[in-house]
Write a protein of this length. Structure first.
Length: 366
C-alpha cells in the first residue's frame, strides 16, 4: 500500500460515506486521482463497494517517543556565556517515531501511540505522520503540554558540548492510557516498544498484550525499565553496553558475547539481536544463533541505523523470515540508513531492502 493509499484508507475508516470529492479536497489532489487510488484499494482487498466497507488490514503498533530535535553547530570555537555564530536546524526525531517512519517506508501499516503537546512542534509532527500514512489518531495530545524536545550545541568540529532534553510529557503514557487502547494493541500483528516510556507502561504492555512485543532499550539508563519484563518479550535489540547491563556479563570477546545472549534467553526472551556497531550483530534464539559482520555501504551518517534495524526486524518477522534472514534484514536496513545524511533515509523501501539482502547473499559479502 502506498502512503497516499494508506492516507485515503484512514479517512474512509473515519467516515465510510465520504465522497471522492471530499477525499480529493482533503488530499489536495484531483477527484480522478482519488478514483484511481480507491480502485487500487479495492483490487488489494482493503475496501469493497459503495459505502466503502473496510477490510481489517494487518497493522503494527509502535509505542514510544517522538521529539523535535534542535541542533546548533558553532562556526568557530565556542565562547562560553556569549552569543556564538553558527547554524541551527530542526528535525523530527524520537526512537519510536523513527522506527515507525522506517516501518512505513517498508510498506507496513503503522499505528503510533505517543504523547505530544498542542504546540507548533506537535503540528509539524502530525503533518509529517499524515504524509507518511502513520496513524497517530489514538495518541495523546496534552492541552498546554510541551512536545518532547531535544536541544544540543556542538562545537565547530561537530562535537557535542551541551544538550538538554525535555521529555516529561512521556509520563502521560500510563497504564490507564494504554488500557483505553487495548483493542488496538491486541489486534495488532506485533507491538514495538521503546524504553522512553515509563517502566509501569512497559510492564502493562508485557502483562496485557498478546501479540509479540519487540523492545528497544534506547540507552543504558532506560534499559533498566525492561529488566523486569525480559521474559515476556519476543525480541530485544540491545547494543553491547545495554546487553552487558541486562545480562550481567562483561563482553570482551566472542565467548562473552555468547554468554550474554545465553543469559538474556534464559529469562524467557524469545530472540535477541545484539548490535555491535561496526562489528556487526549476533542474533540468537532458543534454536540457534548467527553472527553477521557489518554489511558494506557508503557510510555518511550512522545516527539512524539502530532505528532502521529495529524496523527491519519487525518487517522480517511479518514476512515470516527465519532468524538469519531477520538478522540480515536488520543489517541491510542499517547499511541503507547510513548512506543518508539524514536520520531517516527516504530511499528505504521493501524493494531496496530485499535487493540489498539479495546482493549480500549472492555476492558473498558476508
Amino acid at each position: 500500500m502506498t502512503q497516499r493509499e494508506r492516507q485515503i484508507l484512514r479517512w474512509i475508516e473515519e467516515n465510510p460515506m465520504i465522497s471522492q470529492q471530499e477525499l480529493a479536497d482533503k488530499a489536495g489532489i484531483a477527484r480522478s486521482s482519488v478514483a484511481v487510488h480507491i480502485s487500487n484499494l479495492m483490487k488489494k482487498g482493503h475496501i469493497a463497494g459503495k459505502g466503502y466497507i473496510v477490510s481489517s488490514a494487518p497493522y503494527a503498533v509502535v509505542v514510544g517517543g517522538v521529539n523535535m530535535d534542535i541542533g546548533g553547530v558553532s562556526a568557530a570555537p565556542l565562547v562560553p556565556a556569549d552569543s556564538n555564530p553558527g547554524a541551527v536546524r530542526m528535525s523530527l526525531g524520537g526512537v519510536g517515531r523513527n522506527i515507525a517512519h522506517n516501518m512505513a517506508l517498508l510498506g507496513l501499516d503503522v499505528r503510533l501511540l505517543t504523547a505530544f503537546g498542542d504546540d507548533l512542534y506537535a503540528q509539524r509532527i502530525a503533518a509529517s505522520c499524515g504524509e507518511l500514512g502513520i496513524d497517530i489518531s489514538r495518541s495523546l495530545q496534552v492541552p498546554g503540554g510541551r512536545t518532547s524536545t531535544y536541544l544540543f550545541i556542538a562545537d565547530e568540529k561537530g562535537e557535542m558540548e551541551l544538550a538538554l532534553s525535555d521529555m516529561d510529557i512521556y509520563r502521560r503514557i500510563t497504564p490507564a492510557f494504554l488500557a483505553a487502547r487495548t483493542a488496538l494493541l491486541q489486534n495488532a500483528q506485533l507491538v514495538v516498544v521503546d524504553a522512553n516510556i515509563p517502566a509501569e507502561a512497559i510492564a502493562w504492555i508485557a502483562d496485557h498484550v498478546t501479540p509479540p512485543v519487540f523492545a528497544d532499550p534506547v540507552s543504558t539508563a532506560k534499559a533498566e525499565r525492561l529488566r523486569p519484563v525480559l521474559g515476556k518479550l519476543h525480541t530485544l535489540k540491545p547494543n553491547r553496553i545495554e546487553a552487558e547491563l541486562l545480562s550481567g556479563v562483561v563482553i570482551t570477546d566472542e565467548a562473552g558475547l555468547n554468554r550474554a545472549a545465553d543469559k538474556l534467553l534464559e529469562t524467557g526472551l524469545r530472540r535477541v539481536f545484539l548490535s555491535l556497531g561496526g562489528d556487526g550483530v549476533l542474533a540468537a534464539d532458543h534454536s540457534g544463533r548467527v553472527r553477521l559482520p557489518c554489511l558494506p555501504g557508503n557510510r555518511v551518517n550512522t545516527t539512524g541505523c539502530g532505528d532502521a534495524f529495529m524496523a527491519a526486524l519487525a518487517w522480517a518477522y511479518l514476512e515470516g523470515t527465519d532468524l538469519e534472514g531477520t538478522a540480515l534484514a536488520g543489517s541491510a536496513a542499517a547499511s541503507i540508513a547510513m548512506e543518508s545524511g539524514e536520520t531517516i533515509n527516504e530511499a528505504m523501501s521493501a524493494q531496496a531492502l530485499a535487493q540489498r539482502m539479495g546482493r549480500i547473499l549472492e555476492g558473498g559479502d558476508r
